[in-house]
Design a protein around this ligand. Structure first.
Ligand code: HEM
Length: 537
């Protein structure tokens, strides 16, 4: 007995041996990994063992991951790696448009599927774990049918049809602003959200959601909560477990309540739409297009559950994004009076200004505002500097050992189409930090010109990445751009814009935040709308 006891090594020795084995095993795994892949050669900020770059990404304040990623992309060049355990592991950020278009976004036929991170956003459209146009990871038969069927809803003909409804809402917004005391700044993020929500409602479903009339619209408040929750869950997978483990806790209870509110709202809309007659053959609204689609999985029209999810997808896709983009466009204009003056000059030269001032804005048509070329450049430039989905889309590699920009990477590596980075890195743009609408004219003529940095080579065409690229790019971008043109034209014909003092000017505001799914300002974006006095009138 005693001889046996003497043979057992003391626990401390056992622990040391276990540690040694683990260490050696770690080295072997690392060595094998290094010989199989080139990940260690890809530049990026230094990563900690086990937790990778997570500590640098986590902040107690509102997340500003997009600003960190931009700074790192600038530092590390055309390919940059982050190791984010729980967030797909290896994350690559590529600042080479040509590579992305040819190998990642599927501009040709060579697209990669979306990453699994999209699964966390399904919950915004439906309580069931099912795909929607936006969250479908694969470009499967379902996605193809919806994407094809919905393309008509965003064609020029369809946009011309919905233009009067969008105009009606922009005029309603103008009246709201006129009623406020001109000395008081107005918080525009919330106000514009109610505008774009209403535009999707009218243009897409011919329903007035009455967002502009209701400062605390229950659906919008619930959606904001849920979008915040979806992003937080995507960034911190533990959140899911907290909700599951503590069903009576505040987080789980609040989520239950808020998510039920948004699902109930989709059901309400569905009931109203279902009570109507079949849309006419020439109706190209979002609803009419959805009704015509045959589900490839059943061969029948989409059932109520699927319809309701897609109805929700277009409300979510069309509201928050466009409203915040409008906020940033007006912010850029308000802080550049010379640009504002040129937009007004163009409005005058085109006759749009006079129509609005004569109280005849309801006679405006689609081509009146879409034909304003300087305004178009202003919108484009603000959308370049401030893409409201700054982290952009993400895709994943499907083969093990595949080369990305020359480096071998494992299957499942995430590749980001990072719009903030691609729109702002210095090797793609001259003085990217300068708000310069004129760059878009120069750009058009410089596409075919020689690249200064590499004589003899053509400079690559500059592309705006704010709406992503390829077959999974934003299906609603033309509606969004129309809304941006229209709102800016009507607002500038009525008001002079001024950034409220509390915003701290151009530089102060650039410490922008990322809330929910979009880039905005924590605490609101405050603008003065001074009634425009026009001496020529
Ligand atoms: C300024 C406003 C907008 C911005 C910046 C924006 C941005 C984007 C981006 C970057 C994507 C691609 C995401 C990815 O690859 O993961 C996307 C997809 C999408 N957007 Fe937009 N969007 C805007 C407005 C709209 C509008 C007005 C609608 C509809 C009413 C809409 C509906 C969608 C849908 C359904 C998708 C998914 C398309 C697919 O996967 O096939 N968006 N959007």
């Amino acid at each position: 007995m005693s001889a046996l006891a003497m043979d057992v090594p003391p626990p401390s020795l056992l622990a040391a041996a276990a540690l040694l084995v683990a260490f050696v095993a770690g080295l072997v795994i690392r060595w094998r990994h290094r010989s199989k892949y080139d990940l260690h050669l890809i530049p990026g900020p230094p990563a900690y063992p086990i937790v990778g770059n997570l500590p640098q990404m986590i902040t107690w304040a509102r997340p500003q991951l997009h600003l960190k990623v931009l700074a790192w992309m600038k530092e590390h060049g055309k390919i940059m790696k982050l190791i984010l355990p729980g967030l797909g592991g290896y994350n690559l950020y590529i600042g080479d448009p040509e590579y992305l278009q040819n190998n990642v976004s599927g501009h040709g036929a060579n697209g990669l599927p979306k990453s699994k991170l999209y699964n966390d956003f399904r919950v915004l459209a439906s309580p069931n774990d099912v795909d929607t146009l936006f969250t479908c990871v694969e470009t499967n038969e379902y996605w193809k049918a919806i994407r094809k069927g919905m393309a008509r809803a965003f064609s020029t003909t369809a946009l011309k049809d919905v233009f009067p409804q969008a105009l009606r809402k922009v005029l309603e917004l103008t009246d709201i602003i006129k009623k406020k005391p001109p000395t008081e700044p107005i918080e525009v993020q919330g106000l514009f959200l109610r505008l774009t929500f209403d535009v999707v409602g009218l243009a897409g479903y011919n329903i007035d959601f009455k967002g502009l009339q209701n400062e605390h619209h229950p659906f919008l408040e619930a959606l904001e909560y849920c979008a915040d929750d979806a992003l937080a869950t995507c960034l911190n997978p533990l959140r899911k477990w907290v909700k599951w483990a503590f069903p009576l806790g505040k987080l789980a209870q609040d989520c239950n309540k808020r998510y039920s509110q948004i699902y109930d709202y989709y059901k309400l809309i569905m009931r109203e739409l279902r009570a109507r007659e079949q849309p006419a053959a020439d109706d190209m609204s979002i609803w009419a297009c959805l009704m015509r689609i045959k589900d490839p999985r059943t061969g029948a029209p989409l059932d109520d559950a699927t319809l309701s999810m897609e109805v929700g997808t277009f409300i979510i896709g069309g509201s928050d994004t466009t409203s915040h983009q409008l906020t940033w466009v007006l912010f850029a204009i308000a802080t550049h009076p010379e640009v504002e003056q040129r937009v007004v000059d163009e409005l005058k030269a085109s006759g749009v200004f006079q129509l609005v001032r004569d109280g005849a804005a309801d006679r405006l048509i689609y081509s009146d505002v879409m034909g304003l070329s300087y305004l178009g450049m202003v919108v484009k430039e603000a959308t370049r500097m401030f893409p409201v989905g700054p982290l952009g889309g993400s895709r994943r590699t499907t083969e093990d050992g595949v080369r990305v920009c020359g480096y071998r990477v494992p299957k499942g590596t995430l590749i980001h189409i990072n719009s903030l980075g691609l729109n702002n890195v210095p090797w793609l743009w001259d003085s990217p930090e300068k708000f310069d609408p004129e760059r878009w004219v120069k750009h058009e003529t410089s596409v075919e010109s020689e690249d200064k940095a590499h004589p003899g080579q053509k400079s690559p065409p500059r592309k705006l990445w704010s709406f992503s690229d390829g077959p999974r790019d934003c299906i609603g971008q033309r509606l969004a751009i129309m809304e941006l043109h229209l709102a800016v034209a009507v607002l500038l014909a009525n008001f002079e814009l001024r950034l409220a003092e509390r915003m701290g000017g151009w530089e102060g505001t650039l410490s922008r935040q990322y809330i929910g799914l979009v880039m905005c300002i924590d605490g609101g974006m405050w603008l003065h709308f001074d009634p425009r006095v026009d001496l020529e009138e």
